[in-house]
Design a protein around this ligand. Structure first.
Ligand code: GDP
Length: 592
């Protein structure tokens, strides 16, 4: 009880009206009324901020206090590198330098796998190399008596997954660019990721053995991406290598150590044990096997570990060579047995005293997840602006996709001009093409907004955006786009409408009628409503966006049809559908 006799109630930074009502065992209508009398018009599913929730709580006899989020959940990294947060509680005197953890990113086929292999073969002592029986997702090499850890999961997937969960597995990014091919879309994506995560980049200019290698052209392209090579007066090391001929590998390792020396890479080997899941799988014979990267403290065989909803006592621990080890200090990857479920890549693990404590943590987490389930995570413009005002965000991060190169440049220029005021605008990534899943992943990991200019978002991107609460805004007039951003910067943006999918139906048959065509459908998910809006998809292509002209179940006109049932649908002004197309039913909801 607090001084004023009010019961204390933990409330997160944002909460839906429904959830708030539940927590206070109050009627949602009552909550809506109190909000109204305080000038906030909100629906039951609307997410309100802590301050608004606190007013309601106080009206109903509670004292609102900010909800404490379990530390190891690892959300909201903000601008602070993860390892810094991991060692936040450690005394400076206890911190020791640890091996750098390096990840290799780059465009497909530019040689990431080949380079990882070349490094491993050249630097793992001969006797040991033969002993590598299984791949564990990370390995360590020795160069000049110093150890370097490589995350052996090339491609963006692992790095992005870690970032999306608020973890940061790597201290240094080696960006592989093929000297004959140059900067490609995934190169740019990798640059955007590394920059957003504030991880230093070293460029490995690969395939230098090829006759058509053109290092100067690549350097020019890198400079255009604001990675100015050091021999051009910038601060990015560009190391020519050939993974195939094992050339330049030592130079690359040298560069890694140099960058590591200039970056404060430390941890307390005797401190609190934390780290990140690099890989996890279920082996039929051995059970759950996970690769963990220790980032602080020393993990020991026999320790009890909690990670996400998974927990267990570590029965056995192996290093990357498959050798049984008893302990693993900072930056060491180990493969472990003993967890009860496969933990997700990128999740943070921690060591606890007992199985009982582990189970209690998992139970509390599941409960918290349940409670949070209704709360939409949002990266809407309004929300970002609110965060800016609260001092949590210093910049508005944008990902821009446009139809052609010719329209990218003017839009980026306009945006950069707008960002000269109080809030910086950071265009993390600007590229031509439709909005895809990768763009949404990048947005989710970087807390950015996706803007489309004369492009569409494909179906997977929309689904992911919905699940992750990422805002995708599509425009066909530059003026509208810049106007919206300008308004957002001034905090004057109209409430945004987001689409909420109600259901999906597959078209199983097409019937000709006198007035056109009817699609014979089965609802496979959710429900379809007569008065909702619809989109028709063919695979990932959006064919039509509009409204239903009719909805029938058997012979009757109906208002809605639920999952599992068949129905006939007619569309207003659209008849070019085929068997196999999918109808998505959605409504527009105002947020904010
Ligand atoms: P990843 O998709 O980035 O992992 O690329 P890979 O390592 O699979 O390499 C793609 C292709 O490029 C393969 O056929 C490699 O043999 C080839 N390759 C990789 N590195 C080199 C190199 O240094 N020189 C040449 N000529 N080919 C290379």
């Amino acid at each position: 009880m607090s001084e004023n006799g009010h019961k204390k109630l933990e409330i997160p930074g944002s909460i839906s009206v429904r959830d708030l009502a539940q927590r206070m065992e109050a009627s949602p209508i009552n909550v809506i009324k109190i909000l109204m009398s305080n000038g906030v018009i909100a629906s039951i599913n609307q997410v309100i901020d802590f301050d608004a929730a606190a007013i309601v709580a106080s009206d109903l006899g509670y004292e609102a206090i900010p909800e404490t989020i379990p530390e190891a959940e690892g959300q909201e990294t903000g601008e602070i590198p993860l390892w810094r947060r991991m060692i936040a509680g450690e005394a400076d005197a206890e911190l020791k330098s640890r091996p750098p953890v390096v990840t290799i990113l780059g465009h497909v086929d530019h040689g990431k796998t080949s380079l990882l292999d070349a490094i491993r073969q050249a630097n793992v002592a001969a006797g040991e190399a033969g002993g590598i029986t299984q791949h564990i997702g990370a390995y360590q090499i020795e160069h000049k008596n110093r150890i370097i850890t490589f995350l052996d999961t090339p491609g963006h997937a692992a790095f992005t997954a870690m970032r999306a969960r608020g973890a940061q597995g790597a201290d240094i990014v080696v960006l592989v660019v093929a000297a004959d091919d140059g900067v490609m879309p995934q190169t740019k994506e990798a640059i955007a990721h590394a920059k957003a995560a504030r991880v230093p980049i070293i460029v490995a200019l690969n395939k230098m053995d090829k006759a058509n290698a053109n290092p100067d052209r690549v350097k020019q392209q890198l400079a255009e991406q604001e990675l100015v090579p050091d021999d051009w007066g910038g601060n990015i090391m560009v190391i020519p290598v050939s993974a195939r001929q094992k050339m330049g590998v030592d130079d690359l390792l040298e560069a890694i150590l140099l960058v590591a020396d200039n970056t404060d890479i430390r941890a307390n080997p005797n401190g609190k044990v934390v780290g990140t899941v690099v890989e996890g799988e279920l082996d039929k014979a051995k059970g759950v096997i996970a690769t963990l990267l220790v980032q602080n403290g020393t993990l020991k065989a026999g320790d009890t570990v909690v990670v996400g909803n998974s927990h267990g006592r570590l029965r056995a621990m192996f290093d990357y060579r498959g050798k049984l080890v008893k302990k693993a200090g900072p930056s060491m990857p180990v493969s472990v047995m003993g967890l009860n479920e496969v933990p997700p890549v990128g999740e943070l693990f921690q060591v606890v005293e007992s199985e009982r404590e582990a189970r209690a943590i998992v139970a509390a987490r599941q409960e918290a997840k349940q409670r949070q389930a209704n709360i939409q995570k949002k990266a809407s413009l309004e929300e970002l602006f609110a965060k800016y005002q609260a001092g949590e965000t210093k910049e508005l991060r944008l990902i821009l996709k446009a139809d052609v190169q010719g329209s990218l440049e003017p839009v980026v220029n306009e945006l950069n001009n707008l960002g000269k005021g109080e809030i910086a605008i950071n265009v993390l990534y600007a590229e031509t093409g439709n909005i895809g899943e990768n763009d949404v992943m990048l947005a989710s990991a970087s807390k950015a907004i996706v803007l489309g200019f004369n492009v569409q978002a494909d179906v997977n991107a929309r689904r992911l955006a919905e699940a992750e609460g990422i805002s995708i805004r599509l425009y066909d007039i530059i003026y509208r786009l810049t106007e919206d951003i300008e308004k957002a910067l001034k905090g004057m943006l109209e409430p945004e409408t987001v689409t909420k999918t109600l259901g999906r139906a597959n078209i199983l048959a097409v019937f000709n009628i006198s007035k056109g065509k009817i699609a014979g459908c089965r609802v496979i998910e959710g429900e379809v409503r007569r008065n909702s809006k619809i989109r028709i998809w063919r695979g990932e292509d959006l064919l039509f966006e509009g409204e239903l002209a009719s909805l029938k179940h058997e012979k009757d006109d109906v208002r809605e049809v639920r999952q599992g049932f068949e129905c006939g649908m007619g569309f207003k002004n659209f008849h070019d559908f085929e068997v196999g197309d999918q109808v998505e039913c959605y409504v527009l909801e105002k947020t904010g």
